[in-house]
Design a protein around this ligand. Structure first.
Ligand code: DHB
Ligand code: FE
Length: 293
């Protein structure tokens, strides 16, 4: 009997894109000026909450060993950036942003890369000649809390392509390095205008331990289509956020819990038939307030 090779469509694996995200993250220095007292209080509370869960469910020794094996597997597969940014980051973001009045933030996720090409106030995102997807003109103004436009504000945009894949985390698919990643600087009125394509919903790679975790509670791995942004200006608080598309699949049921009603776009065809949307960003001043009581 002979077997016929079944052609497969290459997709990024969890360990491929997870390891790339792990390596990028390890390349940055991370530090925090947390006092030893505050750190001790946090660690103690984490252990107390965990112990409560163990007693509440009378977690067995076998279950403890399964957990231990799973934690080891997540690390070995390089999947911690995937798992953490889906299941924990939104709590950190939401808890930290409640005191601010400017544009709402959302999670950064594992796929930000600094220093994307600078394209001025008005430009087209780097994309392949045959980039698939519906064009989108995304424009707006960056303002301070008093409503004044901010000249020279920085708007960084990155997003997935219409297959849901990110450049630099594509597990060898060959997407160009800076594809669908750009940096813009606002004009004298604080304005920017970006031409891009509309991204597709994103499926977190679920062929590894993050996927096992999702299957264990009968969940799904989908995030709604989204644009990632970082917006800042001198003396202003940097906002990291995401924008979603009204009526899009998974907007009501994001695996990463990162959708907020203020962050939903409703593009409409413009005069030339190309979808357009205006979204303005409002930046808080830099604040000394570090911890929310
Ligand atoms: C993940 C990917 C994203 O694009 C995102 O915005 C958030 C999380 C992830 O795979 O973990
Ligand atoms: Fe994303």
């Amino acid at each position: 009997m002979s077997t016929t090779a079944v052609p497969t469509t290459a997709v990024p694996t969890a360990s491929g894109s997870g390891s790339a995200a792990t390596d990028k993250f390890k390349g940055h220095r991370v530090s925090s000026d947390t006092s030893p007292e505050r750190a001790a209080a946090i660690y103690k509370d984490v252990l107390t909450k965990l112990s409560e869960v163990i007693y509440q469910h009378e977690v067995t020794y076998d279950e403890y060993r399964v957990l231990k094996q799973w934690l080891i597997n997540v690390g070995e597969g390089g999947e911690w950036p995937l798992w953490l940014d889906v299941f924990l980051e939104h709590f950190v973001e939401d808890s930290n942003s409640r005191i601010f009045t400017g544009t709402k933030g959302s999670i950064e996720g594992p796929y930000y890369v600094p220093d994307a090409p600078n394209l001025g106030a008005k430009g087209t995102m780097p994309m392949r000649e045959d980039e698939k997807g519906t064009l989108l003109v995304f424009k707006g103004q960056v303002r301070d809390l008093d409503g004044a436009g901010i000249e020279g504000a920085t708007v960084e945009l990155w997003h997935a392509d219409s297959d849901g894949y990110y450049s630099q985390f594509d597990d060898g698919l060959g997407i160009p390095e800076w594809n669908l990643r750009g940096t813009f600087s606002t004009d004298v009125e604080g304005g920017f205008e970006i031409t891009t394509i509309q991204p597709a919903p994103y499926q977190i790679p679920h062929d590894g331990p993050t996927g096992e975790f999702i299957a264990s509670y009968d969940g799904h791995p989908w995030r709604p289509a989204h644009l990632h942004l970082k917006v800042t200006a001198p003396g202003k608080r940097l906002i990291t956020t995401q924008l979603y598309f009204q009526g899009g699949e998974w907007v009501e049921d994001d695996v990463a819990g990162a959708v907020k009603p203020e962050l939903i776009l409703a593009p409409e065809p413009g005069a030339d038939g190309v979808d357009e949307v205006v979204y303005d960003f409002v930046l808080d001043p830099v604040s000394e307030a570090r911890y929310v009581a």
